[in-house]
Design a binder for this molecule. Structure first.
Ligand code: AMP
Length: 215
């Protein structure tokens, strides 16, 4: 199953991707996570990307496409993948098209996470991720359950807010989404791949809607 999760920052793509990984045994490929790993490791790419990310802007298409090409070449992508936060521009979508054509592995579907824009800022500002296991929680919509579900990797989650989830940057990211990423909705609708899921619901309900959309 090769799918793209499309939606504004805070629409729940990452959280739902994590849930589908467990159900379907295919990897979540998040370009945001790949970039954050570069920032953490202090690579040249990470040093370049950090200020762009902190400003809520997009990293350039050539860099992103190179990173995705390398990641899709890894063995765990052979059975399928969930692309989360990529593509984010029309050139990225065209680059993905070309790459998947080359690999002979077309996309099955693009799931659009539809969320009322009023609730996005609250959803993003409530987001916290565990520094030990990478799981994402939300102080408003998905608090850490007791006991914490961290796969035995950590007993006590170490929760942190991403620097670009601060309210000032969130507004910029939403503007960038509207200008550069929202045009992908028509791009994929035109290719007959778009499935829209109403994502203003509980975690479980949204997961079920995604599963239905993928049938
Ligand atoms: P995310 O974790 O998907 O919200 O991404 C965090 C930040 O990483 C974004 O605000 C961008 O600065 C950068 N980023 C992630 N994915 C992409 C992408 N596909 N194209 C350009 N920039 C990206």
């Amino acid at each position: 199953m090769r799918i793209v999760f499309l939606g504004a920052p805070g629409s729940g793509k990452g959280t739902q991707a994590q849930r589908l990984v467990e159900r379907h045994g295919i990897p979540q490929i998040s370009t945001g996570d790949l970039l954050r790993a570069h920032v953490r490791d202090g690579t040249e790419l990470g040093r370049r990307a950090k200020s762009i990310m902190d400003a809520g802007q997009l990293v350039d298409d050539v860099t992103i496409l190179g990173m995705v090409r390398e990641r899709l070449g890894a063995a765990d992508s052979a059975r399928g993948f969930i692309l989360d936060g990529f593509p984010r521009t029309i050139p990225q979508a065209e680059g993905l098209d070309a790459l998947l054509r080359e690999l002979g592995k077309p996309l099955r579907a693009v799931i659009l996470f539809d969320v009322d824009s009023q609730s996005l800022v609250k959803r993003i500002s409530g987001r916290r991720s565990c520094q030990n296991c990478g799981r994402v929680f939300n102080v408003y919509t998905a608090p850490v359950p007791v006991p914490p579900p961290c796969n035995g990797q950590c007993d006590t989650p170490r929760l942190m807010q991403r620097p670009d989830d601060a309210e000032a940057t969130v507004a910029k990211r939403l503007t960038v989404y509207d200008a550069q990423t929202a045009p992908l909705i028509d791009f994929y609708r035109g290719r007959g791949l778009l499935k829209t899921v109403d994502a203003d619901a509980s975690l479980e309900a949204v997961t079920e809607r995604v599963e239905v959309a993928l049938k």
